[in-house]
Design a binder for this molecule. Structure first.
Ligand code: ADP
Length: 523
């Protein structure tokens, strides 16, 4: 025991630990660097680059690391690259880790659902903001267990650098043991140090997971870090911070002003805020909507009604500029868009996000698409701080007020996974409303909810209908939603509009046999 303790804290072995950590560090960060490049090459449209990446993965996954280390140390000098043992070991480790880290990055990024990105787009976030605030934090959370594993395996693999005479922990233990013959105490001490290092990695991983799960960090602090990438252009209000109403008004004014550059939409938009002409969209050979002509009056609620597959969501996504129609035109406020499938370069995600912002268009989704790594308050704040450059402090006030107004005061600091479907939909509505939309698009907002939550959302939308500056478009296949909320109803089938008119006309006196059949099916 006494000898074991002697070796455990022996300077010679402690020096070996330092080198072990150094080689691991080179392997891991070098591996991350090569891994990111490799991930890019693997998805390159240039076939030759993709092929080279494939060959690289084949070689480095298919040969033993020990050979790669020897190669880096003994063979590279033949082509004029002389590396000290530590760097040769680090390079071989990095090259070996790269394919695994590249795969980790790819699977972590693809685990972030498309709905998350779409929700960011509808809140006016740019590509950079979507990456920084939505995609990478969630991908990092998904990759954490894998990163922990890779760190531990790199740490253990660093012991192989002993074959090229890197004096790390294992080599020093071996040398010490062969001169003292006290194998047991020395290797036991080395084993304990490896356990301490790998244990520290596991603890760090756990700590990160706790932070990302909101269990160990004040949300305020995290958000301050998160909004680092938003340049602030806020005009400081001449009001006391404590006066919540005035702060909310100031924020609202700033949002509306930021739009006025675009098309004087507020003042000049004609009575029909949206006008659609001959819009069509097909996926492959399958026509989703065809020859859609529709005007949507300002400050009314229009329900797109029809059974599943009728084309309602496609039309809604086209109006929300989330989908590029193949042909036709659309006026939103004073902006007119003409679509032509031969000019697809028209569609640029950031340009569309700007147009959406300018037109005051936002979307509430059937599956809510709340940002899963953010609390209710942070979900509501994000568009304010990133798209509209409102400082955190004020954005937080506005978000709190918005959550109060949808009855979620006590759920402000919960993650979406800790909320019921109905509550999540309310957060999504609050998130859409804080950016003062002119057009609120709701895609089957009640389809994923239980009957009581459906009533809650209907009540909430009924309150929103009092806002004379807001046009609402709702897609649904539920007659109850249509009858409770629709001022106008547009009945769709097979990608076309079958019949449209006031709610009473369509629901009580339908003329078209298809509408009659649909309504009768509910009785
Ligand atoms: P609804 O909202 O009325 O249920 P959709 O607009 O979702 O109808 O769908 C209309 C048609 O377009 C359906 O036949 C559907 O399969 C097709 N469609 C919708 N979105 C896509 C897509 N992204 N890719 C391929 N087909 C799609």
């Amino acid at each position: 025991m006494h000898l074991f303790l002697h070796y455990l804290f022996m300077k010679y072995l402690l020096g070996g630990i330092k080198i072990t950590i150094y080689v691991t560090f080179l392997g891991l960060f070098g591996g991350a660097f090569f891994g990111i490049i490799l991930a890019g090459l693997q998805h390159s449209r240039i076939r030759l680059l993709a092929l080279l990446a494939k060959i690289y993965v084949g070689i480095f996954r298919g040969t033993p690391l020990i050979l790669q280390m020897v190669f880096a140390y003994d063979a590279l000098p033949y082509i004029g690259i002389m590396l000290p043992g530590i760097f040769a070991g680090g390079l071989a480790l990095a090259a070996n880790e790269a394919p695994f880290i590249s795969e980790l990055i790819r699977s972590a990024l693809s685990s972030v659902g498309n709905g998350q990105v779409m929700a960011g787009e509808t809140l006016g976030l740019t590509k950079l903001h979507r990456s920084v605030y939505i995609i990478w934090p969630q991908a990092f959370r998904a990759a954490l267990p894998g990163i922990g594993n890779e760190t531990i395996s790199t740490l253990k693999n660093s012991a192989l650098a002993m074959v090229i005479a890197v004096p790390e922990l294992t080599l020093r233990s071996t040398q010490l043991a062969s001169s003292t013959f006290d194998f047991f105490s020395i290797f036991f001490a080395a084993g304990v140090w490896y356990l301490v290092l790998t244990g520290a990695v596991s603890l760090a991983q756990e700590g990160f997971e706790r932070i990302l799960n909101h269990e160990g960090i004040k949300s305020n602090k995290k958000y301050r870090f998160m909004s680092y990438f938003s340049k602030n252009t806020w005009r400081k209000p001449e009001i006391a911070d404590s006066d919540l109403k005035k702060v909310v008004n100031q924020v609202n004014m700033q949002i509306l002003e930021s739009r006025s550059n675009y098309a004087d939409i507020r003042d000049k938009a004609p009575g029909n805020y949206i006008e659609i002409k001959n819009l069509h969209k097909a996926y492959g050979g399958n026509i989703a909507i065809a020859n859609i002509n529709l005007t949507l009056p300002t400050a009314t609620t229009t329900v797109l009604l029809g059974s599943s597959g009728a084309g309602k969501s496609t039309l809604l996504r086209c109006i929300g500029l989330l989908e590029l129609p193949d042909g036709g035109s659309m006026r939103i406020g004073t902006r007119t868009f003409s679509f032509d499938s031969s000019k697809r370069s028209f569609y640029d995600a950031d340009k569309m996000a700007e147009e959406r912002k300018a037109g005051g268009i936002t979307v509430v989704f059937q599956n809510f698409n709340l940002f899963e790594h953010l609390t209710s308050t942070e979900n509501v704040m994000l568009a304010l701080t990133s798209s509209y450059k409102i400082p955190n402090k004020y954005a937080r006030d506005v978000a709190t007020e918005a959550l109060n107004s949808v009855g979620l005061k006590s759920h402000a600091n919960k993650l979406p996974k800790h909320l019921s479907g109905g509550q999540q939909q309310r957060v999504a509505i609050a998130r859409a409303l804080v950016i003062k939309p002119k057009v609120l698009l709701m895609d089957e907002p009640t389809s994923a909810l239980d009957p009581e939550s459906v009533n809650g959302v209907i009540d909430l939308v009924n309150v929103l209908k009092g806002n004379k500056d807001l046009s609402i478009i709702i897609t649904t296949h539920q007659l109850k939603v249509a009858s409770c909320l629709g001022d106008r109803i547009v009945f769709m089938n097979n990608g076309g509009i079958v019949e449209s008119g006031t709610s009473d006309n369509i629901l009580l006196n339908p003329k078209n046999p298809q509408t009659i059949r649909f309504i009768e099916a509910f009785q």
